[in-house]
Design a binder for this molecule. Sequence first.
Ligand code: T46
Length: 129
Amino acid sequence: MIKLIEFQKRFDDRGSLSFVEGGIDIPFEIKRIYYLYNLNDVHRGFHAHKNLNQVAICVNGSCTFVLDDGKTRQEVKLSKPNEGLFIDKMIWREMKDFSSDAVLLVLASEHYDESDYIRNYDEFLKLCR
Ligand code: T46
């Protein structure tokens, strides 16, 4: 399952401020935050996670996620700093079309664990069945 989450936004003549509250806006306990920046216009990802849930927020610039649940593939463009993309476990993801100023912030439900990654698409499809 994937879904877009809209975060609250405050703005005035000084600028804008959005906020994300654990236990309210995010459907899991946040155990890790990482961020991608200085991005070249190349594709990244090409994996799914066995157990990890994540919310990705493009806090600056834009990028596109290609998401595949083993049956259907869809593309979601992230370009609003107050919008998060929830990505459930067992979703194959690729990221592309990073603008030169893109900063992608990711909230994750687990600590980093390479054994949670499925990096082979055929293996992913087998596990989906
Ligand atoms: C995901 C997408 C959206 C760590 O050591 N700790 C970490 O917390 C992370 C996220 C990565 N790494 C290491 C593992 C690799 O040696 O950093 C290197 C680059 O990671 P990776 O090639 O997996 O990066 P992406 O952009 O393909 O994928 C990342 C996340 O890994 C992944 O969980 O869903 O962003």
